[in-house]
Design a protein around this ligand. Structure first.
Ligand code: NI
Length: 293
């Protein structure tokens, strides 16, 4: 039923002229986080199965009255993080097979998060997850097409990486992303300039859980627990160990009175303009971040 519904939605998008450009360009070589290949197929989260496609579409329509007739952008809730204890959990490199389960966990806590998605992962069967993220109030960010080290590329390459993902996400969700995170946190003047051209702010992080290296839920949860009010936490939903850490993370921070917000909600007026970077870092720090990743 979900599939039938999505076909209908896809048709509606095409009719409304939202299928901008051709997203099936030839695949670029994967750089950075090596390999890939075995992306597998996505299993929708249990909640998505319970909800069903029709209800999901109805929810999408509610949160985005313009969709699919017109492009929408993420609308932050009016939350004052100067008053509330806010934390922004961010999940990179997906969507992947654990993302549905993660969305179920977030839904149970009414927690909002930000997903910096890799275009190739969306293309490999992640579109349902993305539509669900939008429907449930999460924010989407551009994390390039194939997790490339953007600072190793010429301007045209950086443009292709960002544009391709931007177009695919627009096609499958009807929304325009306004934030991006360069893979490995690696950015420079060219990346900043291209990001500005696409209206994208560059969002790095305050707390690095190093969850890609340390595949231990308890350790990952403990590191998130070190997050203070007003921080952006870096996590990856492509690791089952990270997703398994999330219930502990949510319970603990909930207990400490945190509100789980998206990046735009956290930064509010403080979102750097297109091409701008949060947090501001000097080149040496950025190089260190890139080495760590
Ligand atoms: Ni990444």
């Amino acid at each position: 039923m979900l599939r039938g519904m999505l076909v209908t939605l896809g048709l509606a998008l095409a009719i409304c002229g939202l299928a901008v450009g051709n997203v099936s360009e030839p695949a670029r070589p994967v750089s950075g986080r090596g390999g890939g290949g075995s992306l597998g197929t996505h299993r929708p989260g249990e909640l998505a199965e319970q909800i069903g496609g029709r209800a999901l579409a109805a929810r999408l329509a509610r949160v985005q009255p313009d969709w699919p007739a017109r492009r929408a952008v993420f609308r932050p809730r009016p939350i004052d993080c100067a008053e509330l204890k806010c934390v922004a959990l961010t999940f990179d490199d997906g969507p992947y097979r654990y993302t549905g389960r993660l969305l179920d966990m977030l839904a149970r806590h009414e927690a909002r998060a930000t997903f910096f998605v890799v275009g190739r992962m969306v293309d490999a069967g992640g579109a349902d997850d993305l539509r669900r993220m939008v429907a449930e109030g999460h924010e989407l960010g551009n994390h390039s097409w194939d997790h490339a080290m953007l600072t190793d590329m010429r301007r045209e390459g950086v443009e292709a990486e960002l544009q391709r993902t931007q177009r695919l996400v627009r096609r499958v969700t009807g929304t325009d992303m306004r934030i991006m995170r360069p893979p490995y946190g690696a950015t420079d003047r060219t990346v900043s300039r291209v990001a500005r051209g696409y209206g994208l702010s560059q969002i790095l992080w305050d707390v690095d859980t190093v969850d890609w290296r340390d595949r231990q839920p308890a350790l990952v949860a403990r590191r998130v627990g070190a997050a203070g009010p007003g921080t952006i936490v870096l996590l990856h939903d492509i690791h089952s160990t990270t997703v398994r850490a999330v219930p502990r993370v949510l319970a603990r921070l909930d207990h400490e009175g945190y509100t789980f917000v998206t990046v735009s909600e956290l930064l509010g007026e403080g979102v750097p303009g297109p091409g701008g970077r949060y947090p501001m870092r000097n080149e040496e720090e950025l190089r260190r971040a890139a080495r760590r990743s």
